[in-house]
Design a protein around this ligand. Structure first.
Ligand SMILES: [Zn+2]
Length: 270
């Protein structure tokens, strides 16, 4: 399995950036002298740019095909949630060694096969529930706005224009990378955890899976799979504490069942 591709070929990116900077400098200075406005960024902009980022990642990463066991499993678990809570969601699996999952403002959910290998069905639902919580709470809108601004500024020298412009292929790669790298605040994370718990409860799934999923994430952050996992952990720290928060709520709701010691599976879960 490959590693996920995050950015366009570096040499091309660097060259492109230098060129674009020279060309756009005049424009940028003009705009600044007229008084640069804050970037107007609507929900529609967030959706459009997120879709462009995801299209870029889909094109540059090994997407599992319809016959793949991973695709079939995700379909079985998640197809019934395509219209969850007013969101229009679509989903795909990347067959990569990195352990991750993400969701974007346009409703795209991407789950990495190496994460699926480690998580039970309910644990996967808990993790996806967390990710779509970020969409529902518009955290992903903040993330794509920051990612767009970073990519556009790097290439053009300034984001002086008040409106979203079309990005080059190189910029799209950078935006996709920045979007995946986005860090949410602690508050946003605990709200997404809460969303996940409520999602599980609402649909009658075992809420203990929220606890065990976080326990597994905590094991990963200290274990041998650390390198593939660093990216996900850097945006999701304190897994142990978050597991305990889910446990506390489950006890309060009378839904807690002691799961025993949580370990990482030695063979892939199908
Ligand atoms: Zn999160």
């Amino acid at each position: 399995m490959k590693k996920i591709i995050l950015t366009a070929a570096l040499s091309v990116a660097t060259l492109g950036a230098v060129q674009a900077q020279k060309i756009n400098l005049g424009k940028a200075v003009n705009a600044v002298s007229k008084g640069a406005q804050a970037l107007t960024f609507s929900n529609e902009d967030a959706k459009k740019l997120s879709k462009e980022s995801v299209d870029w990642m889909d094109a540059h990463n090994p997407v599992a095909d319809k016959k793949s066991a991973y695709t079939k499993r995700l379909h079985r678990l998640f197809d019934k949630h395509k219209n969850e809570d007013g969101m229009e969601l679509n989903y795909k699996v990347y067959e990569v060694v990195d352990i991750n999952a993400f969701a974007c403002a346009d409703g795209s959910v991407r789950v990495f096969s190496s994460l699926m290998d480690l998580m039970t069905d309910n644990e996967l639902l808990a993790i996806i529930g967390h990710e779509i919580g970020h969409v529902k709470n518009e955290d992903t809108k903040d993330a794509i706005k920051a990612a767009y601004t970073r990519a556009a500024v790097q290439e053009a020298g300034a984001a002086a224009s008040g409106v979203v412009r079309k990005l080059s292929e190189t910029e799209l790669g950078e935006m996709a990378n920045a979007m995946l790298d986005a860090k949410h605040s602690k508050k946003q994370e605990s709200q997404a955890d809460e969303y996940s718990y409520n999602f599980m409860k609402k649909h009658g799934y075992d809420v203990v899976a929220v606890y065990t999923a976080f326990k597994k994430l905590a094991l990963l952050s200290s274990g041998e799979k650390q390198s593939n996992f660093q990216k996900m952990m850097s945006s999701h720290p304190d897994s142990d504490k978050r597991a305990e928060a889910a446990k506390k709520r489950a006890i309060k709701d009378g839904l807690w069942k002691e799961p025993g010691e949580v370990t990482l599976p030695t063979t892939p879960i199908k």
